[in-house]
Design a protein around this ligand. Structure first.
Ligand SMILES: NC(=O)c1ccc[n+]([C@@H]2O[C@H](COP(=O)([O-])OP(=O)(O)OC[C@H]3O[C@@H](n4cnc5c(N)ncnc54)[C@H](O)[C@@H]3O)[C@@H](O)[C@H]2O)c1
Length: 333
């Protein structure tokens, strides 16, 4: 099958390799000329530098990419998603399946990618939508290390199609789900908790504190997912706890790294500016805070993190606020 990928960064180019391993032909569109040349001329991953299959083609041309296939993988940072989808809608000539692998919430609107797709892609151009998410460092998938993802769609047949497209018996196993909200919201919010976990490490707190923040963070992700209409079981799955485990304590995670730098004293702008790839977690903290206000949720960790990233509170003061809250019974729902 032919597959088009929008965004040839760390994850997009890595997934291009997986799709090629599975016998598909892939064209990547990126706006970075240097990346396009690295893929086409040197046949190397633009971020990791290792060889990738020479059949993977890259281009700057959106129309050429969309004409290549009716299956499009969305892999640009969420902040660029609406603009990219608007451009796509102008160029599309056939119903297209959109597979979103970006894990973020749109700045300003706090919308999930499925909602942006619904707003920007005309019905005649939209075959369907699948969110593909889960614990997956590109750095490991590019080395073909065993990984599992979940493909969520309201349309079961399309979820199964994406499951078959990406799965292989060597290193990639994909599950299906019907909970698009749970997969998207959980995948975005775990980046918020990964930043918090990084801040704690950067401040010099220990593993106890990290476990406390991650575990109580799961409670907050669950509150948000349920408020938005997602399912509890999804939060306990690959796109929720699974992704949190891999993100919230690994130096491979740019969100954890960003938090680490904030915890060591950098401003949010300095920390984000020092990381080349997209960091979605700071925006997720804002979105989580806004969703909490809208649905009247108790989100102490996200609310304190919001004050820290807004520069209103130091990380030390935020920790003090969390520890000095009234004592409670441990409840998860
Ligand atoms: N890196 C990972 O391990 C990983 C794993 C799973 C999911 N993700 C998610 O995938 C998304 C992308 O992450 P990434 O790591 O590939 O980021 P990245 O910063 O490495 O790559 C993003 C790419 O998008 C391109 N881009 C930006 N604006 C564009 C536009 N308007 N049109 C076309 N291309 C554009 C950039 O040039 C860049 O190559 C994020 O939401 C991230 O959370 C990443």
């Amino acid at each position: 099958m032919n597959v088009s990928i929008l965004g040839g960064g760390a994850w997009g180019t890595t997934l291009a390799q997986t799709l090629t391993d599975n016998g598909n032909l892939v064209v990547i569109r990126d706006i970075n000329k240097e990346f396009v040349e690295k893929i086409n001329v040197e046949h190397v991953h633009p971020f990791f530098g290792m060889s990738i299959p020479s059949s993977i083609r890259a281009t700057l041309d959106l129309k050429e990419t969309l004409d290549f296939s009716d299956v499009v993988v969305l892999c640009v940072p969420t902040k660029a998603m609406r603009m990219v989808l608007k451009e796509c809608n102008k160029e599309l000539t056939k119903p297209t399946l959109f597979i979103n692998v970006s894990k973020g919430i749109e700045p300003e609107t706090s919308l999930r990618v499925s909602e942006i797709v619904e707003e920007e892609i005309d019905e005649k151009n939209l075959m369907g939508y699948v969110a593909l998410s889960g614990p997956s460092h590109a750095e490991e998938v590019i080395l073909r290390k065993a990984t599992a993802l979940v493909a969520a769609s309201k349309n079961e047949a399309l979820a199964c199609k994406v499951q078959a497209l990406f799965s292989n018996e060597k290193y990639m196993r994909v599950y299906t789900s019907d909970d698009v909200i749970g997969v998207e919201a959980g995948g975005a919010m775990k980046n918020a908790i990964a930043i918090v976990s990084g801040v704690a490490s950067g401040m010099g707190l220990g593993e106890n504190a990290r476990a406390m923040l991650i575990t109580r963070g799961i409670k907050e992700i669950l509150s948000i997912v349920l408020a938005l209409g997602g399912k509890m079981e999804t939060v306990y799955g690959l796109s929720g706890i699974g992704d949190l485990i891999v993100t919230a304590s690994s130096l491979n995670s740019r969100n954890f790294q960003c938090g680490l730098k904030i915890g060591r004293g950098m401003t949010v702008e300095e920390a984000m500016g020092s990381i080349v790839q997209s960091v979605e977690g700071v925006r997720a903290i804002h979105a989580g805070h806004e969703i909490g206000i809208k649905y009247n949720l108790e989100l102490p960790i996200i609310d304190e993190a919001f004050k820290v990233v807004e520069g209103k509170l130091s990380a030390k003061e935020a920790l003090h606020n969390l520890l000095s809250r009234s004592l409670k019974t441990e409840k998860y729902w």
